[in-house]
Design a protein around this ligand. Structure first.
Ligand SMILES: *Cc1c(COP(=O)(O)O)cnc(C)c1O
Length: 376
């Protein structure tokens, strides 16, 4: 029996052709037709201008710099997220201020309002609000954008886990209007992948152009190597953009496959007390990039980590939900508003194998293994 992964890459039928074309035409660096076409495809999906980058983390970093985040600044960020949301805040010399989640797993707008109100009373204005759409589910964006506008704080959507995710019928990432920025990731474990990569999107074309300039070491136009600004080596290559073109073409299929897997888990565990699929909030479409199951350890009689280990013994990869940032050693001195909800979701949540390529029989293996672990 082969190993079952949490979230494996799943290629379609066009990726190799685009990559082969890059080889045939020798467009093997960080310029070329695949890059232009991939950025146009991202624009068609999101409605915003796009620059393709080496990672989602790089995109978050450039978004923060575009907003002028620097030393001494504060950025509001959910505690329940992957570290890549928060690390670039520190790259810029700023401090993250962590916020608790609501039932969607994402920023609780009430906690955001409390934080912004308190900061305003202290005469402080955070430089940005980072909203994350976790596991494929949208945060409740309308009240978040409304608060951003009321307190005059721009919003960055970290949609790294949210390609295909809808909020009120629209793809998330660029829903915040002309002053907002969004980020996608094409890392190997995401719903679609370029093996590694990301994109920064915005309705503000000048911002996207600036980010593209910074991403290639900020080389000024002209003959010799002139640099009047700090730059990075953050551009995606034309080869990987070819993979991305093929992957974007099958995004909707991948969403449907992942949702079907999540609902099969939900149905398979319906008779077990203490196992519940992460809810899909009424405001959007959850892609179930990862199938998260909320466990009640007392009802089940087995601890979450024991379950993860029992599955690992059978060569099935499962993981706990992201460990909140305010519990991380590196961020232990960061300020945090609330945190109980994030801690509870973390202590109860298990991510089950969710690859869109997961066969029905392999999903059956996961279900059987889990049921057996709970029985024993
Ligand atoms: C994956 C991820 C990122 C970073 O994307 P990379 O492409 O891996 O750098 C950022 N935020 C969240 C929430 C992620 O899951």
């Amino acid at each position: 029996m082969s190993r079952i992964y949490l979230s494996a890459p799943h290629m379609g039928q066009f990726e190799e052709g685009f990559v082969a074309e890059a080889f045939r035409t020798n467009w093997l660096s960080s310029v070329g037709p695949n890059l232009d076409a991939f950025e146009a495809d991202i624009k068609a999906l999101s409605g915003a201008h796009a620059v393709a980058l080496s990672s989602g983390t790089a995109a978050i970093h450039l978004a923060l710099r575009l907003l002028g985040v620097g030393a001494g600044d504060e950025v509001l960020c959910p505690s329940l997220t992957f570290a890549a949301s928060a690390n670039p805040i520190v790259y810029q010399g700023a401090s993250p201020v962590f916020l608790d989640s609501d039932a969607s797993y994402n920023i609780d707008p009430n906690v955001l309002e409390t934080a912004l109100t308190k900061k305003a009373a202290q005469g402080k204005r955070p430089k940005a609000i980072m909203v994350v759409h976790l596991f494929g589910q949208s945060a409740d964006l309308d009240p978040i954008f409304e608060l951003g506008a009321r307190f005059d704080v721009p919003v960055i959507e970290d949609a790294a886990e949210a390609l295909g995710t809808l909020y009120k019928g629209k793809q998330v990432g660029a829903l915040g209007g002309p002053t907002a920025l969004g980020v996608y990731s094409f890392n190997g474990n995401k719903i679609i992948t370029t093996s590694g990569g990301g994109a920064l999107i915005s309705r503000n074309q000048a911002w996207v152009d600036k980010a593209r300039f910074w991403s290639t070491q900020s080389r000024d136009p002209g003959l010799s190597y002139e640099h009047s600004e700090l730059g990075y080596n953050y551009r995606m290559s034309n080869v990987l953009a070819g993979i991305g073109r093929g992957q974007l073409a099958v995004l909707e299929d991948r969403v449907q496959a992942r949702r079907a897997i999540a609902f099969r888990y939900r149905d398979a565990f319906a008779d077990l007390e203490g196992m519940q699929l992460m809810p899909e909030m009424p405001w959007g479409r959850h892609t179930y990039w990862l199938s998260v199951i909320e466990l009640d350890e007392t009802k089940l009689g087995i601890a979450r980590d024991e379950l993860v280990r029992a599955l690992a013994k059978l060569d099935i990869e499962a993981r706990p939900v992201w460990k909140p940032m305010h519990l991380q050693k590196f961020f232990s001195s960061a300020e945090c508003y609330g945190g109980d909800v994030a801690e509870r979701l973390y202590s109860r949540g298990i991510c089950l194998p969710s690859s869109s390529s997961l066969s029905e029989s392999d999903q059956g293996r996961v279900i059987e293994a889990l049921r057996a672990a709970v029985r024993n």
